[in-house]
Design a protein. Structure first.
Length: 366
């Protein structure tokens, strides 16, 4: 069976990796041949894409982005690396389709899958775009896998269009609970289910074959921050250096594996400061309400989010300067095995347990 996917696959690392993960998962199913619809053109810097950008955001911003992306060495290298990965790893359709021509894909495929990523977000794509599969013939299979709708509500007009499209689906899912709840309210059934993002659904081996040898020869913490400031990054680095654990001697087992005992004292900084953070966040909310009541302009969602981040940063920084806080020491046994490439690795289950012990989890009050 030949299936086509409608998703984003070029704009950033997350889009590319989710597209790759779903591609690998579906093509691992016997009898399925899956490729991704080419709605962009295969070259990141193609003329068609340039024209689309000019139509969407205007010529001034387009030129600014070109200088930003290709004028800075690191960003230029990023674009080239993305192009290389796309060319070598993604199965992109040989035909390019637009909203005007996507119905022609019915001649080539037996079914369509939309998702993952925010392809259903009405603030980013048209509510009647190709990502809702309205173009597909009645006899075609139609599924969604883990798209995000990205909003808490839609207008009644938008709901009518969504209802019309999704009633023709053979399976509906979202990647977050709020999206699932919204979709089920719109279509009036519990047909939509919450599923894992494709990047988390695939086996670890899918990522192992893409990864070079680690540059780090000792334990490390990986942090991905969308809007992190230099000060916030420095604070995370300080936390990483203060993780408290003691590694025992390795013991070889009869089957060739090794076991190592590790004693961990979890950092309790986040737990111990959570009440103070909530108090200051509530105070900020009260201040915003008072100002708006008196005629001030309501801050944007982005401004409020940035302020909340800053409040939490200040709370953590204050406590960290006083001294890092730790909980009761706990022991964890790690099993170390030789994997396919001949390297020794900690069992995934053990690594997950160790990871969960290093920093105590915060359990917000419902």
């Amino acid at each position: 069976m030949k299936l086509a996917g409608l998703t984003w696959w070029r704009n950033n690392y997350g889009s590319i990796l989710q597209a790759y993960a779903l591609q690998e998962e579906l093509n691992s199913i016997p009898g399925i041949s899956y490729e991704i619809i080419n709605q962009y053109g295969k070259k990141i810097a193609s003329f068609d894409n340039l024209i689309d950008k000019i139509k969407t955001i205007g010529i001034k911003k387009t030129i600014q982005r070109i200088f930003w992306k290709f004028g800075m060495k690191k960003l230029r290298n990023r674009s080239f690396n993305i192009q290389k990965f796309t060319d070598e790893k993604l199965r992109i359709s040989s035909n390019q389709y637009s909203e005007d021509t996507i119905a022609q894909a019915n001649k080539k495929y037996e079914g369509f899958v939309c998702g993952s990523d925010q392809v259903w977000n009405p603030t980013l794509t048209d509510i009647n775009s190709m990502y809702w599969l309205g173009f597909s013939d009645d006899i075609k299979l139609r599924f969604s896998y883990a798209p995000s709708i990205g909003v808490d509500g839609v207008s009644e007009e938008e709901a009518k269009v969504i209802r019309k499209n999704l009633r023709r689906f053979h399976g509906v899912s979202c990647r977050e609970e709020t999206g699932t709840e919204l979709i089920n309210n719109i279509i009036g059934t519990n047909q939509c289910r919450t599923v894992l993002d494709p990047t988390l659904m695939v086996e670890k081996s899918v990522w192992d074959k893409l990864c070079p040898e680690s540059k780090f020869k000792e334990p490390y913490i990986f942090v991905y921050m969308l809007r992190g400031t230099k000060e916030q990054r420095c604070m995370i680095e300080k936390f990483a250096k203060k993780v408290n654990y003691t590694v025992g001697e390795a013991q070889k087992e009869k089957d060739g594996t090794y076991i190592v005992s590790v004693k961990v004292k979890p950092i309790t900084l986040f737990t111990d400061t959570y009440d103070l953070f909530l108090s200051r966040a509530e105070q900020y909310a009260k201040e915003v309400t008072d100002h708006v009541t008196k005629g001030a302009q309501m801050p944007t969602d982005e401004e409020m989010q940035e302020k909340i981040y800053q409040i939490y940063y200040e709370v953590l920084k204050e406590q960290a300067e006083v001294g890092m806080l730790y909980g009761r020491a706990e022991d964890v046994v790690l099993h170390i095995e030789k994997e396919g490439r001949g390297n020794y690795e900690i069992r995934q289950k053990d690594m997950k347990k160790l990871d969960g012990l290093l920093i105590e989890e915060v359990h917000p009050i419902e």
